[in-house]
Design a protein around this ligand. Sequence first.
Ligand SMILES: C[S@@+](CC[C@H](N)C(=O)[O-])C[C@H]1O[C@@H](n2cnc3c(N)ncnc32)[C@H](O)[C@@H]1O
Ligand code: SF4
Length: 408
Amino acid sequence: MEKVGENVVKIFIDGIGDVYFNLQKYSTTISEEHKFIYYFDAEGRFMGGFFDGVSYRRGLDNRLMKKFFDKDGSKVKIFVGDEEKRKVIEDVIERVLKIRDALSGNEHEVLERLDEILKWDYKQLEKDGIKFFSVYKPISILPPDQYFSLVLQPAEGCSWNKCTFCSFYQDRRFRVKSPDEFLNHVKKVKEFFGRAIGLRKSIFLGDANALIIPQKRLVELIKIIHDEFPIGKSKNGFDHVFDGIYSFLDIFGAERKSYDEYVELRDLLLKRIYIGLETGDANLFKYLNKPGSPDGCVEVVQTIKSAGINVGVIILAGAGGKKFYEAHVKNTVETILKMPLGNGDIVYLSPLVLDEADEYVRIMNELGSETLDKFEMAKQIQKIKEGLKGLNKLGVRVTLYDIQEFIY
Ligand SMILES: C[S@@+](CC[C@H](N)C(=O)[O-])C[C@H]1O[C@@H](n2cnc3c(N)ncnc32)[C@H](O)[C@@H]1O
Ligand code: SF4
């Protein structure tokens, strides 16, 4: 056994070659000759891997996402079927078993990790995926910088649920949990994650617009979070600290909160609010059937920022198709530039996915607007980024938000 880096050891194993073990506090990564790489959380659950140019991510609900580049260089992201999922997971477990059997017995820390991993077989991981749904409603989407947050659901669903392009929460009714029910949910979340909770860096309030919860109840629910988790400071029983609280909010919901209420939320360590502007073009905005308006979005961002909370503003790339192409680019760039964005703010560009956007497709057909192809989409994203390039100097990140890559 050779130490080759902080927390990384290398062991030569006959029939495999050099195997690297990256023993992080809350995760273990095993790399066979840097060709087969797979990783696990602190409870030993398989989380994902890279195998010969194909990458896999296992969600806590036991779905498995596969990503690879096809012949023309496009990135493909799909959820694999049960058969392939079982094959991939069982192959990984077999590999770990083979490595475990080949070790001499002196590699104590490595052995401990492998034994933790080998507590799980495919059936148990499948069961764990079912257990996930006794704790959570499906986690439909998160902003990319929050993929490794700890999601808590003080509310379920979307209070509006009628945007023509969005189908994320159509499977559930909007409802807010009572303090007792929420505390129970939090306890179940803790139990579900176990030690793997240490991998989570922030708290994300689900679902689509949790901050719309009336302020008094919202504060009550956030105080439960502070009682139960170390946020911004350490707490007994935890050996890590969450950096803050994050949430989505729609424009209309954001307009209903006052400056003082945002200040109260900032003091409760709410760090960033993610708002879907989608487009700065008021005409196109109407066809999206979002509540509020682009000007309203500028105003709420001003209020939120002046209260000391960062924002993540989401733009729907490709919205409106060819008919709105120029207006969408021009007015979106202008609208974003009216916002007082700075360090810690993010502008996300989410390429429009039409799979379940039936109402949006119907409206665009009626208007005779064709969908952008992938080259036109890439060009539009480039143009919007170009228009916003001055923001980079201010510390604002302008980056992609691909809803098809999301898995929790
Ligand atoms: C939970 S919502 C945003 C927060 C809040 N509910 C709102 O509407 O402002 C997440 C984001 O996903 C994106 N989204 C929804 N449906 C989409 C689709 N069909 N294609 C691409 N992006 C989509 C939108 O940009 C939306 O702002
Ligand atoms: S875009 Fe936001 S407000 Fe509109 S339906 Fe989706 S989650 Fe709800």
